[in-house]
Each structure stands twice: as structure tokens, then as C-alpha cells.
Design a binder for this molecule. Sequence first.
Ligand code: NAD
Length: 484
Amino acid sequence: MVSIPAIRSKQLFIGGQWVDPLSGKSFATVNPATEETIAELASGDAHDIDRAVTAARKAFEGPWSKMAASERSKLLWKIADLLEKKIDEFALLETLDAGKPISESKAVDMAECLSVLRFYAGLPQTISGSTLPSQGPAFVYTLREPLGVVGAITPWNFPLLLSIWKIAPALAAGNTVVHKPASLTPLTALKFAEICQEAGLPEGVLNVVTGPGSTAGQALVTHPGVDKIAFTGETSTGKSIARDAAETLKKLSLELGGKSPNIVFADADLDAAARGAVNGIFYNAGEVCCAGSRLLVEESVHDALLEKIQGRLKKFTVGDPLDPKTRMGPLISKDHLEKVEGYVRSGTQEGAKLVCGGARPGLPKGWFFTPTMFSGVAPTMKIAREEIFGPVLAAIPFKDGPDAVAKGNDTIYGLSAAVWTRDVKKAHQVARALRAGTVWVNTYNMFDATAPFGGYKQSGFGRELGREALDLYTQLKTVWVDLS
Ligand code: NAD
């Protein structure tokens, strides 16, 4: 029996205070590996969002706007230090809430949270405008200013990491934030608010309102006091947010779904490509926006590659996410498990061949599913077109480079892609031809705080990470001075 780290789960964090939700209502967050309730959470609604936005506006116009950029750097660095000190507690909470293997929660999610916080801690003093060589007797310059109040709405698959992707650049640029975490995984967002308070972040600069997307989330999107919404989630939710945000013409960045092609040419290192295919789709149980869910394989090596993948899957452990040897934990919820099972049924019904997996592993509790691979998948099948967001790989053969690119781009999405080949020229040609925000060459799932990430097509717009993300949290003001 593990002991759950102490957390102020029943309250909202608004204006630097832990407060009860006005409705007095609560909801449970459940451990997907055991199906047991971990904690009861405050169910925030439109009234709580209004309180949080008011607090964020007050902080933006008050102490936060007067604070020197160097002080913002120090605070972000201090928050990172506190997170590092409590990294085990954070990793444990993330694993209990999201079901991800403990080794990954710590070495990947939390480690990346630290590097993203520290990357943006280094940037506040570099945010500047420029002087312009205008014609005529005038001095013209630009100021790069924060937007104001940012609403951050985040999903359940990388709960804290994707929150930090938004909160760190937003604060670095001098904005204040109201965060609405995913209802299925809100614990680390609340714990993060605790360390921000401990670090001395002025009250109202970060506010956290837990609650349903349809009430708290939508209220944040429609609130006239919010200047920007930074959203990560499903493409369908992104569309509804874009419609709701139109009324107040909020700035938006949308990180949405994907159906990424992982393209393996016959001249690739097939062992490395098999490793990359397994990592690409089964990492985090396939609950990854950039999952390499379509494995496009050159015909001549199709069978050999699939055999190598199957060999790797024999050693792939599915089970208790608290066991350091586990490679894949449960899916996030019963509903989601059933949705994934529905896709597996549709694959079989549409005539694809189930090579392995396709069933629950028979564990007594938890929403586990086995790593699943289909071959003989036609690009028209549902499993080749829709985002499954689970451990289901669809292998599709291709003839040559142009066929691979055409099939790779045959999707409404454009989040990421990968190409495996030893031919340098081909690698660069295919990388250019693919319509995706990120292309990996001979690797998969690599991220860095410095490298922008985001979607083409219906995978969204705007970029997170990198210096580029600061552009989404700032706006330019042009100042003219008459010198005549
Ligand atoms: P989701 O769209 O169901 O929910 C995301 C967040 O939006 C949650 O906090 C939810 O409560 C809130 N929400 C729901 N309806 C809302 C509304 N009408 N108004 C405002 N907020 C609302 O997504 P999810 O199921 O939590 O996450 C999985 C999805 O996220 C997948 O489609 C995945 O591809 C995508 N994703 C994308 C990226 C990326 O960087 N592109 C990263 C991770 C996940």
C-alpha cells in the first residue's frame, strides 16, 4: 500500500488562497490501475472562474507588472528547485492519477518539467522590442508586452508537463494564469500551486480551478477578462473552444490530436526502426498526441520489421505502474478502454489482420490493454484515419518514396512524423515533403525545451516550447516619437 502525498485537493487556489468552490460540489479522481478513488476534488464552476480571473487581472495590473524581469527569472528558477526537491512526491502523484509507469513519471515527465521551467527562467530579460529605421523625422520603436490573463486548459496524458509548457512561458513573459487542469488528472496541478506559493509567487499570478471542461473550462474560454487561451486536447474540443473564443476574439494556441506516420524505408537499420516503432506507439500506452500510430513500411521489409516488433513486444511488461520494471500501465479510464476496444473491433471488421494484442491482459483490476498491432491496414480504414489514443499500431505497406509521402500526408492531422533510412538525401527530402510540425529522422518522441512543438492542419496552431512560444504570450506595441 503506497501512501498518497499530502495535497490540498478539496480546494481551489485563487488569489494566493486555498478556497472552497462556491457550489460546494466535489468530484473524485480515480487511480486507473486499481479503480480506487485517490481524492475528492473541488468542482469549480463559472463563479469560481470569475473569481480566479478577477484575481489574475488584479495581480497582472498590480505587483506582477511592476516586477523586474530578473525577479521573474529568479521565481521560476526557485519553483524549479522546489519541484526538484519534491520530485519523488510529484512523480508518485502523477503515476497514481494518470497510470503512467513510475520510472517515466520521474525520469521523463518531471525531469522535462524542470528543464522547461529552467529554460524559460533564463528568458525574461531577453524579451525586447526593437528600434526601427523609419523614414522621416521620427523615432520609432517596438515594445514586446505580455498579453494579460492567460487561461491554460490541459489534458490528462502528460498532466503536469503540458501544464508547465504553458505556465512557464506565460509567466516568463509577464502574464498571469488561470489553470484548468484535466478532471481525470488534477493532482499535480494543485501540488504545483503549493510550491509556487512556497516559492513566493505573488498572489493571483497563478490560479488553479479544478472542475469539468463543460462548465469551468467553457467559462474560462468565454470570460471577457481572459486575453488568451492556451489549450491542449482533442481536435473536436479545440474546434468548440475556437468557436466559443470567437465571441471575445481571444488569442488562441491549440495543441490538438494526431495520427502520425512513422515511415520505415527498406535501407533503414531495422532493429533501430523496430525499437522506434514500439516507443512511438506504446510509450505512455499510446496516449500521446504525437504517437506513431501509422507504421508505413516499404513492402520489401514489411514482414521482417513486423517480426522484429513482435519480438520486442514479447518482453514488453504491462502491469502495475508503481513497479519500476513496468513499461506500460493502464489506460486512463474505463470509457477510454472501451473506446480503444471499439477501434480494435472495427479494425477486424474492416478486414485488417490482428497480429498481436487486441485484448485485456486479465489483471484483476485496472483498465489495462495489451500492445496491439494490425497488418494489412488500408489507408481508408477507421484505424488508419482516426486518433485512437491507445496502444494500437496500424501497419500499412508502401511502394516507394512518393507513395510513402502521399500516404503519410493522407490525414486531417499534421502533428508529427518520422522517417527511418540510411540515405541522408532521402531523409531530408521526405522530412521536407511531410506536412507535420515535427519530423524525427531515425528516432521518435524526442523533445527539448528549446525545440518548438505544434501542429500543421487540424493538429492545431501556435507552437509550444522554444523561444517561439514567447511570441504566443506577448504582443507588440509600436511607439512613434515626432522628431521634426
Ligand atoms: P479533451 O479535449 O477531452 O480535454 C482537454 C481539456 O479541455 C480538459 O481539461 C477538459 O476538461 C477541457 N475541456 C473539455 N471540453 C471543454 C470545453 N468545451 N471548453 C473548455 N475546456 C474544455 O482532451 P483529453 O482527452 O484530456 O486529451 C487527449 C487529447 O489531447 C488527444 O486528442 C490528444 O491528441 C490531445 N493532445 C494533444 C497534444 C499536443 O501537443 N498537440 C498533447 C497532448 C494531448
